[in-house]
Design a protein around this ligand. Structure first.
Ligand code: ZN
Length: 268
């Protein structure tokens, strides 16, 4: 497997996405927004995703280890790396997880929250995504989307949403993300595909996939054509060009005018 990666922050703040590609593995993590609220952790989200990602690559060096098992182990190791922080804080650093692994003629996948994996095969595109986060708190999300980005009303609505999300995050009533407890790994969506059925694949943060799913400005065929012609950087530039036409989020209401954007493009 050949993996080409790119990640770019969406604004002035540090990039909270993380990506890695090896000859057998593509990993994308998207740290969840803290909206400026307290987290109980002095390290921050970029530290969290970098450490979780590093542990994942090490844990999954054993090709026969189930992905969810490697994730659970990595979550424990990251938690053990900052015992001085309050890991019971509902705002403890957390992230989406998307992993694609090649192993003995098959592709294993794992997704936890809304970073998708898209497989391109002879029959078209298969999108593997965990959209449970979209099924809760719809009224608070709609409230955020009623305001233009960069306004105080938008920021306050986003903080109300994030506070409410923290109450249902990693509970059976809500949705599951990587945070401080290994339990979330059991709730990831996992599966296996025959490698011969897949021509190429893209592991994305939602800052990129929204070009198709939210903005409707490209199809998955367009996305893979861009990746083939110009690679991940060109795809992220295409997202930024679209966002630049709507800086205040009037046409496409969203949490930030440009989100952190990450691609791992896999070919065989
Ligand atoms: Zn910490």
């Amino acid at each position: 497997m050949r993996v080409c990666v790119e990640t770019q922050g969406g604004g002035a703040n540090p990039n909270e996405d993380w990506v890695a590609g090896t000859s057998t593995l593509a990993v994308v993590l998207d740290g969840l927004s803290t909206a400026g609220l307290s987290t109980g952790c002095r390290h921050g989200v970029p530290w969290y995703v970098a450490h979780l990602g590093g542990h994942l690559v090490a844990a999954l060096a054993d090709l026969d280890r189930p992905l969810a098992d490697g994730l659970a182990d990595s979550l424990e190791r990251v938690a053990a790396a900052h015992p001085e922080c309050d890991l019971g804080d509902p705002g403890t650093p957390s992230a989406t997880v998307a992993i694609l692994r090649q192993r003995h003629g098959v592709l294993d996948h794992l997704v936890l929250a809304d970073s998708p994996i898209v497989l391109e095969g002879a029959e078209g595109h298969t999108v593997i995504s965990d959209l449970r986060v979209d099924e809760v708190l719809s009224e608070l999300r709609a409230e955020v989307e009623r305001h233009e980005t960069h306004t105080s009303a938008h920021r306050e609505a986003l903080q109300r949403l994030v506070l409410a999300q923290r109450q249902v995050r990693n509970t059976p009533e809500g949705y599951w993300v990587a945070a401080a407890s290994p339990e979330a790994a059991q709730h990831a969506l996992t599966g296996t595909t025959q490698t011969r059925d897949v021509h190429s694949a893209a592991v994305l943060s939602d800052g990129v996939s929204r070009l198709v799913t939210e903005y409707g400005m490209a199809t998955w065929s367009d996305v893979f054509a861009t990746l083939l012609a110009g690679g991940p950087r060109e795809l992220i530039e295409a997202v930024r060009k679209v966002e630049a036409t709507d800086p205040s989020g009037l046409r496409w209401p969203r949490y930030k005018s440009g989100d952190d954007a990450t691609v791992a493009y896999c070919r065989w």
